[in-house]
Design a protein around this ligand. Structure first.
Ligand code: APR
Length: 320
């Protein structure tokens, strides 16, 4: 049986890390695509030379030609630019919207059967635009945010309770931004809900509120430290977890930016919700009951995503 093909659009910090992870895990042969000539080729060569040491046979090539993504089974998109000082949100939206248009058309022409995971920010708007431009079915285009945001929440909770991260399970829903909703009610340590742990005196509401706040600003905290870029190790590993769920038909229940129509009172919008990912792509959006506070916060987050979509439509009339 031929190996699977993984195409990575964007060969920057996340793209390079994705390629390394995908190769070490032998997810398939890898195409690293970028508009900058030399960078994907150089990174592919460097990464290929990890093979003899790490013991992987995955072939890694770099490319500036969309034809090379032909027949890809999974595509992970990190192409775009990050916000720089002095750049407004609309400036960033405008630039990355154009990138999504080029990427969406490249996917449509060369790999319309792929499962596409978008990581480019602002995530909820970009995944929506990428779906619109590519014309792929909604269940085959999904955004990576919740897996990363939940990993951040889990890391902080494991520190707070002084337990293994393996026993912490969390959910972060809503848009990938300041309005995201870390859902305390459904966050557990080995099945014990965080509110019960507070009742047992293992933490306080104030401390958990501070962790929720830190989770919401988790990306910004790293940008402030790095100064020249944004997080890439955890975003890449989150994208790979989603790709593995698809390739292995794992039916994992993960928080992802998925197209929601009819559930959560939404009528066709990409936002972070729990979904089941298997061989069918996003096989199911899972609706969970939220307490009043989470419900209100989710609504604020949905409104923020809607505002971004309106801004996209104002920039590119073909999306209206
Ligand atoms: N097609 C393909 N690649 C592109 C395009 C395009 N039209 N435009 C830009 N790129 C490439 C850049 O050349 C660069 O190599 O996308 C890559 C982005 O890499 P980085 O700047 O290193 O950014 P990274 O840290 O990988 O993050 C990528 O993910 O989390 C989000 O906010 C983050 O939007 C950003 C994206």
């Amino acid at each position: 049986m031929a190996r699977k093909k993984i195409a990575l659009i964007g060969a920057g910090n996340i793209g390079g890390t994705l390629a390394h992870l995908a190769a070490s895990k032998e997810l398939g042969d890898i195409v690293l695509f970028d508009v900058i000539e030399g960078v994907p080729q150089g990174k592919a060569l460097d990464l290929s030379q990890c093979g003899p040491i790490e013991g992987f046979d995955a072939k890694i090539i770099g490319s500036n030609d969309y034809k090379d993504i032909q027949g890809a089974d999974v595509i992970i998109v990190t192409a775009g630019v990050a916000r720089k000082p002095g750049m407004s949100r609309d400036d960033l939206l405008g630039i990355n919207l154009k990138v999504m248009k080029a990427v969406g058309e490249g996917i449509k022409a060369n790999a319309p059967d792929a499962f596409v995971i978008c990581i480019t920010n602002p995530l909820d708007a970009m995944v929506w635009a990428l779906r619109e431009f590519s014309g792929l079915p909604h269940n085959k285009v999904v955004g990576m945010a919740g897996v990363l945001d939940s990993a951040r929440f889990s890391t902080f909770l494991a520190e707070e309770f002084d337990v293994s991260v393996r026993d912490v399970n969390t959910f972060v829903l809503g848009g990938h931004g300041d309005t995201m909703v870390p859902v305390v009610q459904y966050s557990t340590v080995a099945g014990i809900p965080v509110p019960d742990l507070i009742k047992q005196g293992r933490s306080t509401k104030e401390r958990i509120d501070a962790i929720v706040k830190r989770t919401r600003g988790g990306g910004g905290e790293i940008v402030a430290l790095l100064k020249t870029g944004s997080a890439y190790y955890a975003p890449a590993t989150s994208g790979i977890a989603m790709a593995e769920a698809y390739l292995g038909d794992q039916k994992r229940l993960l928080p992802c930016a998925a197209f929601v129509e009819g559930k959560y009172g939404l009528d066709g919008l990409y936002v972070g919700v729990p979904v089941i990912i298997g061989a069918g792509g996003v096989e199911q959006v899972v609706e969970i009951d939220l307490d009043e506070e989470a419900k209100a916060n989710f609504q604020v987050s949905v409104d923020a995503v809607k505002e971004l979509l309106e801004a996209c439509k104002a920039i590119d009339g073909s999306l209206a």
